[in-house]
Design a protein around this ligand. Structure first.
Ligand SMILES: [Zn+2]
Length: 233
């Protein structure tokens, strides 16, 4: 143990780790974010609020039990680095780490996870998976799974259409673009289960709506959503 600690401090001397947001050197017990940035992360606390702004995105579109997101993603926010690095810079461990922190906080303050049976990360198209090398939502799911002790299912729901980037599209275009993208390949494992769908960020809710619409074909299934961030205009 002593040797392990000694090696780790020696490593940090030669290979310092930096806060993803403010770039200050991380202390040994810090991970991804320094304490200051972790404390000031703009949390939504949606898990404490039934009918919260994220749940309202899905009203009249698809039936869900609950939805929550860890933090607000505002234009120009310095926290945008978290999602950018996670998605485009190969820093998959960011997803795992922030998701673990998020899950601990939710478990400590609410019953959000109590009835969840299984986690499904929003799938990537196989071509995109090859290109990026990993599915960022799956890494978020890993962090949730580790803390909440829940199984991850990556087999039942697949993505069979390659969609262009959604960022430049209108709300209507996004919904049209994402229609028929997902497919349910087996429903037996999910029958009667409460499924938690996980994505990195929610904007209009089109992707999660499309996934949930497909999943709702499973007999007696119920669905909740969890994302790391929610875009706030
Ligand atoms: Zn920092």
């Amino acid at each position: 143990m002593v040797i392990k600690k000694w090696i780790s401090s020696l490593l940090s001397l030669f290979f310092p780790r930096y806060c993803t947001v403010c770039k200050s050197v991380l202390l040994q017990q810090e991970d991804v974010l320094c304490l200051d940035c972790a404390v000031s992360l703009p949390r939504t606390q949606f898990h404490l609020q039934p009918d919260n702004a994220m749940e309202q995105l899905f009203w009249g579109k698809v039936e869900i039990r609950r939805a929550t997101s860890f933090f607000y993603y505002r234009k120009g926010s310095r926290y945008k680095q978290l999602l950018y690095q996670l998605k485009y810079k190969g820093r998959k461990e960011i997803g795992e780490s922030i998701a673990a922190t998020m899950t601990s906080e939710i478990i400590n303050t609410s019953h959000f996870f109590d009835s969840i049976d299984v986690i499904i990360p929003v799938p990537l198209h196989p071509d995109k998976l090859k290109l990026r090398g990993y599915n960022q939502s799956e890494w978020i799911a890993k962090g949730v799974s580790r803390i909440a002790s829940l199984p991850i299912n990556t087999k039942s729901l697949i993505r069979n259409k390659y969609t262009e980037t959604q960022t430049q599209k209108s709300v209507w275009d996004r919904q049209e673009n994402i229609k028929d993208v997902f497919q349910l390949v087996s429903s037996s494992e999910l029958c009667g289960k409460h499924v938690l769908l996980i994505d990195d960020v929610v904007t209009t809710g089109a992707t999660l709506t499309a996934c949930a619409t497909v999943l709702s074909a499973v007999p007696k299934v119920s669905i909740s959503f969890l994302t790391l961030a929610m875009v706030e205009y």
